[in-house]
Design a protein around this ligand. Structure first.
Ligand SMILES: [Zn+2]
Length: 150
C-alpha cells in the first residue's frame, strides 16, 4: 500500500519538478506534502473498502471449519459437493462466488483443504479439460490428478 503511494508521490513530484524550478528543500517539502496527502486519501478509501471484507477474512483465516461431509465424498465422477451448503455440482467456482461470496482460495482456507487434492470440478470435468488441453498441445499442467484414484 505504502509503496503504491510512494510511486504516485514520485510521479507527481517528478512531473511538477520538470515544470518548475524547485530547490532541494522545496522538493523534499513537496514530497512530504504529497505523500501525506495521498496517504490520508488512500487511508480513507481503503478503510471504507476494507470494512466488510477484511475483518471477515481475518476471522476466516483463523478458523478452519469442519466439513460436514467426508472429504473423500466431495470430489466425485459426476459432481463435486459444496461444503458450505451440500449442493452437488459439476463445478463449484461460480457457485461459491454467487451463493457464498467466496473465492476458491478462501473456500480452501476455510476448510483447510489442499487445492490439488480437492479440485472445484468433478472428475469427469477435469478429465475432459485434461484431454482438451492435451489435444490442443497445452500439456496437462494443473490437471495432473489421475481420474481413477479413490
Ligand atoms: Zn454452496
Amino acid at each position: 500500500m505504502a509503496t503504491e503511494v510512494l510511486k504516485l508521490t514520485a510521479q507527481i513530484v517528478i512531473s511538477h519538478a520538470s515544470m518548475s524550478e524547485l530547490t532541494p528543500k522545496e522538493l523534499v517539502e513537496e514530497i512530504k506534502d504529497i505523500y501525506n496527502l495521498l496517504s490520508s486519501l488512500e487511508g480513507e478509501i481503503s478503510l471504507a473498502e476494507a470494512l466488510p471484507g477484511a475483518a471477515e477474512k481475518g476471522k476466516e483465516a483463523a478458523v478452519v471449519k469442519k466439513p460436514s461431509i467426508p472429504l473423500d465424498e466431495i470430489v466425485k465422477e459426476k459432481y463435486v459437493v459444496c461444503l458450505e451448503c451440500g449442493k452437488k455440482m459439476r463445478t463449484l467456482k461460480a457457485h461459491l462466488r454467487k451463493a457464498h461470496k467466496l473465492v476458491p482460495a478462501e473456500y480452501y482456507r476455510q476448510y483447510g483443504l489442499d487445492p490439488k487434492k480437492f479440485p472445484l470440478v468433478c472428475k469427469e470435468y477435469s478429465e475432459q479439460r485434461r484431454k482438451l488441453a492435451k489435444e490442443k498441445g497445452l500439456g496437462e499442467r494443473g490437471f495432473r490428478r489421475k481420474a481413477k484414484t479413490a
